[in-house]
Design a binder for this molecule. Structure first.
Ligand SMILES: NC(=O)c1ccc[n+]([C@@H]2O[C@H](COP(=O)([O-])OP(=O)(O)OC[C@H]3O[C@@H](n4cnc5c(N)ncnc54)[C@H](OP(=O)(O)O)[C@@H]3O)[C@@H](O)[C@H]2O)c1
Length: 245
């Protein structure tokens, strides 16, 4: 587990967009970012879940969050262009972008992957990240230092039987991070990937339904690497794949 103690208010003045902010790791990260002073943009599919996180941030007495309902599986390029325009207009810049939302799909033999499932996983886990990053780079460039975090997995740099489209999508995620880090070397933009490791969430439970969840780390236990990569202490760090555990 990374030992890093974030300074109180280390994210103050920063605006951070988190995808999949309504549940699991993304929800905990949204609350942590607000706790450390950021204005958080909550992007996700289920509005009710986003509203619950919004209310929790309100109850903390922190910077008011905003809600961006978007189904990454159905969004068109125009949705991302409009979203970037809105963020630029409302906030003037974006300091952090966390690609957290993903779909696991169905685990099973490669030859039994349905084309529809394949398309959905690649759309949500790869194409949506491409379009969101592409539309937001001009807005990220308006910040003094901007951090983009991708979320990978243990199966994102070592393929594993039965993890099919999800594993392939995480390889693509790591590739996208490396391409961007290289392209924007010596700029104010940095791009890194975090592998959360086994974490107690709904996605983990659907991959390993029989496991004893009490033995797993909670999202709260893996936050320090996210806070490190989002604040200026990491402004020289780019192109890295970092294990949260
Ligand atoms: N948990 C682990 O052990 C583990 C290990 C390695 C990597 N990861 C990675 O960590 C990240 C977070 O995972 P998690 O375990 O926190 O997952 P989770 O509990 O399943 O949460 C995923 C979040 O993504 C959102 N999402 C899914 N599909 C979406 C779509 N089409 N459009 C918009 N939002 C969508 C979900 O929204 P709704 O709830 O509204 O559907 C949810 O808020 C993922 O990238 C995952 O691959 C997790």
């Amino acid at each position: 587990m990374m030992e890093y103690q974030a300074q109180a208010d280390c994210l103050s003045g920063k605006t951070i967009l988190i995808t999949g902010a309504g549940a699991g790791i993304g929800k905990t990260l949204a609350l942590q970012c607000a706790e450390f002073g950021a204005t958080v943009i909550l992007l996700g599919k289920t509005v009710k879940k986003l509203e619950a996180v919004y209310d929790q941030i309100e109850a903390l007495g922190k910077q008011q969050a905003s809600i961006l309902p978007l189904d990454l599986n159905g969004a068109t390029e125009q949705h991302y262009i409009d979203l970037a325009d809105t963020i630029k207009r409302e906030y003037g810049k974006l300091d952090g972008l966390v690609h957290n939302a993903s779909q696991l799909g169905v685990l099973g033999p490669f030859t039994q992957i349905e084309k529809k499932t394949w398309d959905e996983i690649i759309q949500t886990n790869v194409t949506a990240q491409f379009l969101l990053t592409k539309s937001l780079i001009p807005v990220l460039s308006l910040a003094e230092h901007a951090s983009t975090i991708f979320t990978t997995s243990a199966v994102g740099n070592q393929g594993r039987a039965y993890w099919g489209a999800y594993s392939v999508s995480k390889f693509a995620t790591e590739g996208m991070m490396q391409v961007l880090a290289d392209e924007y070397e010596n700029s104010s933009l940095r791009f890194n990937a975090i592998n959360p490791g086994a974490t107690r969430t709904a996605m983990r439970a659907s991959a390993y339904p029989a496991e004893d969840t009490a033995k797993l780390k909670r999202p709260e236990d893996i936050m320090s690497i996210y806070l490190y990569l989002l604040n200026d202490d990491s402004k020289e760090v780019t192109g890295q794949r970092i294990n949260a555990q």
